[in-house]
Design a protein around this ligand. Structure first.
Ligand code: ZN
Length: 148
């Protein structure tokens, strides 16, 4: 589902320049495709939480004839390189977060929107032990909200 208010950075010399820098910082070769998607995502330095579909629509609207499969592959490469974090809200929905430190999220069920929640108000007192032969890689906190 494409959300009109899921905003992206504009494609300008400045956002493309920032994208080039960010790609080289994480060791990714700046292909034309990666550059234009990275410019939309991180070109203005603002944090955003986006779906692959919304990024696809924004890229197409900007004149980039990219395929949805390429958008998914590029997002996967960005996550693997540490440029983005994937936040899975349910089995059918992932958001890609340009803020990569550990932080909790609010998921607004009515608007299907993911926003940051204040980290300093979160306290995890105890986690279950990882099963034998496993270790906890990461804990994602998504607090689902419904308007009261
Ligand atoms: Zn976030």
């Amino acid at each position: 589902m494409y959300r009109m208010d899921m905003d992206f950075a504009p494609l300008t010399d400045s956002t493309l320049h920032t994208a080039t820098t960010r790609l080289s910082q994480v060791g990714l070769r700046p292909t034309r495709q990666r550059l234009s998607l990275a410019a939309l995502l991180v070109g203005d330095g603002r944090n955003r939480h986006v779906t692959a579909e919304a990024l696809f629509d924004a890229a197409r609207a900007g004149g980039d004839p990219v395929s949805l499969a390429t958008v998914y592959n590029t997002l996967r490469a960005f996550c693997d390189a540490g440029l983005l974090n994937e936040v899975t809200v349910d089995a059918t929905r992932s958001y890609f977060d340009t803020r990569t430190d550990d932080h909790p999220h609010f998921f607004w069920e009515d608007k299907q929107e993911l926003t940051d929640a204040p980290s300093d108000e979160l306290e995890i007192a105890r986690l279950p032990d990882a099963p034998e032969g496993a270790q906890i890689a990461r804990v994602d906190v998504v607090i689902r909200l419904r308007r009261s």
